[in-house]
Design a protein around this ligand. Structure first.
Ligand code: EPZ
Length: 433
């Protein structure tokens, strides 16, 4: 816990100085997916045997999740990009509120705790800057599987009645294709008695990665990646070794946009192309030539012209790349309309981009972006993880040196961003103000 707190204190003081106008050249390496690694780590709670994950990114969120799992009694051994998790003896106590509040994915642990132990006490995750982020769907699904769930004083207490304390398979139709709810319910259902069917399920690659890990551990999950997931409950799950986390499609998309905004030809790898279809299409539409060579993507930007985007659940354009794409549209030729449909408050980066000379008009959850010739450097702050990345991108193309604050957000989701960008010719330095 101290490690995480110190890291965030450290990040509070630091800034990234981004010197604009440098062309980039070379290959940007993509790390393992944050939003997959975090939920795969919670799946360790489902087995008393060890699971080993590889391609784990170096992020403060991974440190935070390790601390939370240790508070539940999980043994966590981290070596470079490998992590071994053993949940032989679970304490089942509620992980500390301050950790859960800062790390939404830890709430998803309520699913495997219920499935494995028949009871769980997990603090309600707070909302955050981008929206209220309720967990209604997660709780609805657990109740459908037979759990009794109460929410009091910010703690969600769940238990399974009956002698065997085992959840029962059920049909669940989600009101919205929530990624976290799908993952929470999926992890609860794999040890339930009978068959479960999750309809209107989230189709994100991270859900597919979780289902694949669970099947590697002996679960019987079919349909993940589509709108209906079927789970045949089993008695117990085994461990596994060397399970590779998928590459981070959001980091990869951010890198492709770094190439586009600096008008630089770049290689980005590894990428699973079908995880980025909507993004690749929009980058092609706005003037980038993109070649896909296996798990390597080559982007060659031409003249960047404005295109419209609307964020949607997968396979639509991902909300997590809305801010980086808006930074790109700030210097595109023409006017683009960017609609944020997933979160109610994920346009705070507009004000920061305007400080850099961007011409943006807000109408509710839509931003109308009129491209300008060039942005100008200014001190800016990233209000969330992806907004911080967007400010770095804007800095790469702006005239002068842009000072980006909000690194505690950036360090949650980007593994050594400044080293990676510097490695392809950017001038990005971290310093203390
Ligand atoms: C996951 O969050 C990701 N986080 C988010 O990434 C990502 O933006 C989001 O999926 C959408 O793709 C992790 O996987 C750890 P949701 P999650 O439940 O599961 C509403 C990043 O930057 N909703 O699919 O919390 C909710 O309010 C982060 O890496 C309900 O209305 O997302 C939101 O508007 C940010 N009721 C929308 O659905 C519910 O019960 C999407 O939420 C649940 C959600």
């Amino acid at each position: 816990m101290m490690v995480v707190a110190e890291a965030s204190q450290e990040s509070l003081k630091r800034r990234l100085n981004v010197s604009g106008g440098h062309g980039l050249n070379g290959t940007l390496r993509v790390s393992g997916a944050k939003n997959s690694a975090l939920v795969l780590m919670t799946a360790s709670l489902l087995s008393e045997e060890t699971i080993e994950l590889t391609n784990i990114p170096s992020l403060t969120d991974i440190d935070g999740m390790s601390a939370i799992l240790r508070s539940l009694g999980v043994r966590v051994d981290r070596r470079a990009d490998r992590i071994r998790l053993t949940a032989a003896e679970l304490s089942g106590s509620a992980p500390p509120y301050e950790l859960v509040n800062s790390l939404r994915a830890s709430f998803f642990s309520i699913g495997p705790l219920l499935g494995r132990m028949g009871h769980a006490r997990v603090p309600l995750p707070g909302g955050c800057r981008i929206g209220a982020r309720p967990v209604v769907e997660h709780i609805r699904g657990l109740k459908a599987l037979g759990a009794v769930v109460n929410v009091e004083h910010g703690i969600v207490t769940a238990s399974v009645p009956g002698v065997r304390k085992r959840l029962s398979g059920a049909q669940i139709v989600l009101d919205c294709p929530s990624v976290g709810a799908t993952e929470t319910i999926l992890m609860a259902a794999v040890l339930a008695d009978g068959v479960s069917r999750i309809e209107n399920a989230a189709q994100e690659p991270e859900v597919q990665d979780l289902a694949k890990l669970l099947n590697t551990m002996g679960a019987r999950v079919t349909g993940a990646g589509g709108p209906v997931i079927t789970v045949e409950g089993v008695e117990r799950l085994l461990g596994c070794s060397n399970y590779p986390v998928i590459p981070d499609r959001i980091e990869a998309g951010t890198f492709l946009m770094a190439a586009a905004i600096t008008r630089s030809p770049l290689l980005v790898e590894p990428v699973i192309p079908e995880h980025l279809s909507a993004v690749i299409q929009k980058l092609r539409d706005c003037g980038c030539n993109i070649d896909i060579m296996g798990r390597t993507v080559r982007i060659t930007p031409g003249e960047i012209t404005a295109v419209d985007i609307t964020t949607q659940p997968f396979p639509g354009f991902p909300t997590d790349l809305q801010a980086p794409f808006m930074a790109l549209m700030c210097t595109a030729k023409g006017t683009s309309v960017i609609s944020e449909k997933i979160y109610e408050n994920r346009l705070q980066h507009v004000a920061e981009l305007q400080r850099m000379g961007a011409s943006i008009r807000l109408e509710g959850s839509t931003a109308i972006v009129e491209g300008v010739a060039q942005l100008s450097a200014a001190p800016v702050t990233g209000s969330d993880l992806r907004a911080a990345a967007a400010m770095v991108l804007a800095g790469l193309s702006a005239r002068g040196i842009t000072e980006v604050a909000g690194l505690k957000h950036l360090d949650r989701g980007y593994d050594d961003l400044e080293a990676k960008l510097s490695g392809v010719g950017a001038e990005v330095k971290r310093n203390i103000c």
